[in-house]
Design a protein around this ligand. Structure first.
Ligand code: NCN
Ligand code: DMD
Length: 373
């Protein structure tokens, strides 16, 4: 039978038909009331108390649980990297993925410290990755990582000459992030950290943030992996050219991601939406992961209350994005690594906020005298 030429099959991905609930004001209020009955002067745990209330609102639980925790590291390559915008060559992306699988990268070490599982996804690395010979990849603390190959395409095209990818490819990358995040959550993960690996991706993240917000490119282009001022000028020109050539539509975040984004950036946007849809708190890492969250909340602003900032990276655009999101970072350690390292470092603080609500005694229980009226 001939195919009907007028019957186009349009694939609908789960992230497109997502439902994101409102945060629970009831749980937030119950958490506030409980915090005020715990054995400490009112408000004395400072921002940890606000964090505990936000976790209660996000999870819908008066005593939220944020364990087990996992970090999702999405990896992809960038056509623009051929233009000399990074301090390192593009092959480092694939080499670092193998390092993640062997358990030798910073994110592996910090995840062992935090007791978090590492999940690595090849959503767009330029070459095929052969994990044979890297040993155990189970993801449990102490070993390497869980690995998923969900390559949408082997790296983006050079965005200074045309779109980084097609709209359909961006949608598929969003789907990869969404579905792996759902797999993590179905396996029990209750705190989802977002990390990435992709030589050239600070150029793409700067272009995405500039396109969505209209902020001057010069405020968003930093030194990435450690470029000199001459290379930074080249990088700035690359961002400006990419925006001029592609004219991404600021009211359409998928258009922005496809034209000047990256496969791992789109993937992380999908993962952020999945966390929100499942009421699992999402921990942002540095500049790139936060640019992905910026895109996610442009796709669906209901996701915002589920997004948590870990640290403020050295990249100048990061603080701007966090301010736009209304998210105060928990710390600033001058990190500029990515991989999810800052987000993983913040996990014990998230757990501390949650466990204060769960484990501290009340004045009544401990027989401690409360403040005088
Ligand atoms: O997270 C950050 O803020 C951050 C800042 C600078 C660099 N990075 C990492 O470095 C890579 C991108 O840097 P570049 O110079 O190649 O664009 C990529 O793999 C990121 O994970 C990450
Ligand atoms: C070695 C190296 C490790 C990284 N991890 C995240 N981005 C990175 C960039 C480089 C160059």
């Amino acid at each position: 039978m001939d195919e009907d030429p007028f019957c186009e099959v349009i694939e609908l991905y789960s992230w497109m038909s997502r439902e994101i609930p409102l945060p629970s004001e009831k749980s937030a209020e119950a958490a506030r009331r409980r915090l005020d009955r715990l054995t400490k002067p009112q408000g004395s745990l400072g921002r940890l108390e606000g964090l505990a209330v936000e976790l209660a609102a996000a999870t819908g639980e008066e005593r939220p649980k944020v364990r087990p925790a996992g970090v999702l590291v999405m990896a992809g390559d960038h056509g623009v990297a051929a233009g000399g915008v990074s301090a390192y060559p593009p092959e480092v992306t694939a080499q670092m993925v193998l390092n993640f699988l062997r358990g030798g990268a910073a994110v592996n070490v910090l995840s062992r410290v935090a007791g978090a599982a590492v999940w690595v996804v090849d959503v767009g690395v330029g070459v095929e990755i052969n994990p044979a010979g890297v040993g155990s990849t189970t993801g449990a603390a102490g070993s390497g990582a869980v690995f998923r190959v969900r390559k949408v395409r082997p790296g983006t095209a050079d965005m200074t000459r045309g779109p980084a990818m097609s709209r359909e490819e961006a949608e598929r990358a969003l789907d990869v992030g969404w579905s792996v995040a759902i797999e993590m959550i179905d396996s029990g993960i209750r705190l989802l950290a977002l990390g990435e690996m992709g030589i050239g991706n600070t150029t793409a993240a700067a272009a995405v943030a500039a396109a969505l917000t209209g902020w001057p490119e010069g405020d968003l282009v930093g030194l990435g992996t450690g470029i000199d001022p001459v290379r930074r000028q080249k990088k700035l020109q690359a961002v400006r050219r990419a925006l001029a050539v592609n004219r991404p539509d600021p009211s359409d975040a998928v258009d922005v991601l496809s034209k000047v984004g990256g496969l791992e950036i789109a993937g992380l946007a999908g993962a952020a939406l999945a966390g929100a849809a499942r009421r699992v708190p999402v921990l942002m890492d540095g500049f790139i992961a936060s640019a992905a969250v910026l895109a996610a909340v442009h796709i669906d602003s209901r996701a915002l209350p589920y997004m948590f900032a870990s640290h403020r990276s050295v990249e100048p655009g990061h603080g701007r994005i966090l301010r736009w999101l209304g998210r105060e970072p928990l710390f600033d350690l001058d990190l500029r690594l990515g991989e999810g390292t800052g987000a993983v470092l913040a996990m014990p603080m998230m757990e501390a906020a949650a466990r204060i609500l769960d484990e501290m005694a009340t004045f009544e229980e401990a027989g401690v005298s409360d403040a005088e009226a």
